[in-house]
Design a protein around this ligand. Structure first.
Ligand code: NAD
Ligand code: UGA
Length: 441
C-alpha cells in the first residue's frame, strides 16, 4: 500500500490531496503543515479555504484515508511519496528581490525530508518553482544520504481557485516530469498509477524534469498574456467605439484562438500570475535573454496600466476627486467563488483611491483617517454611496435590484463595472451613469 504525505495544507495541498484520497481509497494520505491554526481548521467544520464542493470531498474521506496533522516529521518519515506544496512567493529582499521566487520554505521542507527519512522516497514538486529547482533539491536531499534513495518528480498543479474540485476531477492534463533514468521512469510510473485511478491515461503527460517545471510557468504566462491582450484591446475599444465583448466573441470563435480567458477586466489578480511571470522574467534575465524577459514583463505592465486606467476613469468621472465621497466596492476576492484576496485588484484600486484623497497632503487633518469599512450586504454597502465599483464577478451582483440600489444612492449615481457583468442599457434607463470596461461610454 502506498502512503502519501503532502507538506503544505494550503489552496493546493488541501484540495489536491482530498481528491487523491477520495479517488484512491486504498492509499493513506496525510496533509501536514507547520501552521497549527490551518490544520485545526481542516479538522473542523469550517475549512480554512472556501472552494465549491470541497467540504463534501473532505467529509467523505477525513478520518478514513485522509488526515490533517502538524506532526510533519512523523508523516514524512512514514510516506513513500512526499508532495511538497509549500508557498513560493516573490522574494522581497536580497538577490532577485521583486522577481525571483523565494524558495526558503521549499528548502527547509527538503532539508527536513532529508533529515527524517529512513526509507526510499519519491519527492514531488507540487509547488510552482523556477526551472532547475529539482537539481537544487536533489543536492540537498542526497547530501545527507545515509543510503536512502530520493527520486525527484515535477508534478505542477493547474487547478484554478473557485473551480478547484472540478479541475481536479477532470483535468485537461496531468503533467509528470522526471529524470530520464530507470529510477526516474519507475517513479513516474508510480505517480502515474495514482492519477490513473480517475484520469484517462492519455491525459497524463510524462516529460523530463525541466520541461515539466517550465511548462507550469509557461502556462500561467500564456493565460495571463491573453488577459493583458484583451485588456489592451479594451482601451482601444473605449477610444474607438468598439465593444470589447463583441471583439472577444468575434476573435474567440476562431478555433485557433478559442473563447476562454478573453474577458476584459479591471486586471488579473491572485497569488500566482504576477509572481510566476516575474519568476519567468528573472529566469530569462539570468540566462542572458533580456528581450524575452522584456516581452513577458509587458504582460504585467499592461495589467498595472489597466488598474490605473480604471481608477483614473472613476476619479475623472466623479468630477476629478473622490475626496469625501462614499464608494461602494462590490467584491474583494480576486475572482468569484473563492475567499482568496491575495493580490486582488480590489486592493490596488482601493489604495489608489486613497492616494487621490487630499488628506494625504495634510496628514494631521481629521480627514486623514482612512475610512474603509466592510459590510456583508451589497444594499448596505451602496446606501448613500456616490459610486459603485464592481471588483469581483460574483453572481449575486448580477441579480441585485438596481432600482432599489439607485434609489438609496447619492445623485448622480455612478456604476463602474470592472468585470462587465451589469446590463448597461438597463442601468442607464434607471438613471445610473455607467462605465463598463471596453464598452462605448
Ligand atoms: P498556501 O500559502 O495556501 O499554502 C502553503 C502552505 O505551506 C501554508 O499553509 C504554509 O504554512 C505551509 N508551509 C510552508 N512551509 C512549510 C514547511 N516547511 N513545512 C510545512 N508546511 C509549510 O499556498 P498555495 O496557494 O497552496 O500554493 C502553494 C504552491 O502551489 C505555490 O507554489 C503556488 O504557486 C502553487 N499553485 C497555487 C495554485 C492556487 O490556486 N493557489 C494553483 C497552482 C499552483
Ligand atoms: C490560475 C490558472 O488559471 C491556473 O491554471 C493555475 O493553476 C493557477 O493560476 C496557479 O498557478 O495559481 P487562478 O489564479 O486561481 O488560476 O484563477 P484564474 O481563473 O486563472 O483567474 C486569475 C485572474 O484572472 C482573476 O483575477 C480573474 O478574474 C482574471 N481573469 C480571468 C480575467 O480578468 N479575465 C479572464 O478572461 C479570465
Amino acid at each position: 500500500m502506498v502512503k502519501i504525505c503532502c507538506i503544505g495544507a494550503g489552496y493546493v495541498g488541501g484540495p489536491t490531496m482530498a481528491v487523491i484520497a477520495l479517488k484512491c481509497p486504498e492509499i493513506q494520505v496525510a496533509v501536514v503543515d507547520i501552521a497549527s491554526a490551518r490544520i485545526n481548521a481542516w479538522n473542523s467544520d469550517h475549512l480554512p479555504i472556501y472552494e465549491p464542493g470541497l467540504d463534501d470531498v473532505v467529509k467523505q474521506c477525513r478520518g478514513k484515508n485522509l488526515h490533517f496533522s502538524t506532526d510533519v516529521e512523523k508523516h514524512v518519515a512514514e510516506a513513500d511519496i512526499v508532495f511538497v506544496s509549500v508557498n513560493t512567493p516573490t522574494k522581497t529582499q536580497g538577490l532577485g528581490a521583486g522577481k525571483a521566487a523565494d524558495l526558503t520554505y521549499w528548502e527547509s521542507a527538503a532539508r527536513m525530508i532529508g533529515d527524517v527519512s529512513k526509507s526510499d522516497k519519491i519527492v514531488v514538486e507540487k509547488s510552482t518553482v523556477p526551472v532547475k529547482t529539482a537539481e537544487a533539491i536533489e543536492k540537498i536531499l542526497t547530501h545527507n544520504r545515509k543510503g536512502i534513495n530520493f527520486t525527484i518528480l515535477s508534478n505542477p498543479e493547474f487547478l484554478a481557485e473557485g473551480t478547484a474540485i472540478k479541475d481536479l476531477y477532470n483535468p485537461d492534463r496531468v503533467l509528470i516530469g522526471g529524470r530520464e533514468t530507470p529510477e526516474g521512469a519507475k517513479a513516474i510510473q508510480t505517480l502515474r498509477d495514482v492519477y490513473a485511478h480517475w484520469v484517462p491515461i492519455d491525459k497524463i503527460l510524462c516529460t523530463n524534469l525541466w520541461s515539466a517545471e517550465l511548462s507550469k510557468l509557461a502556462a500561467n504566462a500564456f493565460l495571463a498574456q491573453r488577459i493583458s491582450s484583451v485588456n489592451a484591446m479594451s482601451a482601444l475599444c473605449e477610444a474607438t467605439g468598439a465593444d470589447v465583448s463583441q471583439v472577444s466573441h468575434a476573435i474567440g470563435t476562431d478555433s485557433r484562438i478559442g473563447p476562454k480567458f478573453l474577458n476584459a477586466s479591471v486586471g488579473f489578480g491572485g497569488s500566482c500570475f504576477q509572481k510566476d511571470i516575474l519568476n519567468l522574467v528573472y529566469i530569462c534575465e539570468c540566462n542572458g535573454l533580456p528581450e524575452v524577459a522584456t516581452y513577458w514583463k509587458q504582460v504585467i505592465k499592461v495589467n498595472d496600466y489597466q488598474k490605473t486606467r480604471f481608477v483614473n476613469r472613476v476619479v475623472s468621472s466623479m468630477f476629478n476627486t473622490v475626496s469625501g465621497k462614499k464608494i461602494a466596492i462590490l467584491g474583494f476576492a480576486f475572482k468569484k467563488d473563492t475567499g482568496d484576496t491575495r493580490e486582488t485588484p480590489a486592493i490596488d484600486v482601493c489604495k489608489k483611491f486613497d492616494w487621490d484623497h487630499p488628506a494625504h497632503l495634510q496628514p494631521s487633518s481629521p480627514t486623514s483617517i482612512k475610512t474603509v469599512s466592510v459590510v456583508w450586504d451589497a444594499y448596505e454597502a451602496t446606501k448613500d454611496a456616490h459610486g459603485i465599483c464592481i471588483m469581483t464577478e460574483w453572481d449575486e451582483f448580477k441579480k441585485l435590484d438596481y432600482q432599489k440600489v439607485y434609489d438609496n444612492m447619492q445623485k448622480p449615481a455612478f456604476v463602474f463595472d470592472g468585470r462587465n457583468i451589469v446590463e448597461v442599457e438597463k442601468l442607464r434607463k434607471i438613471g445610473f451613469i455607467v462605465y463598463s470596461i471596453g464598452k462605448p461610454l
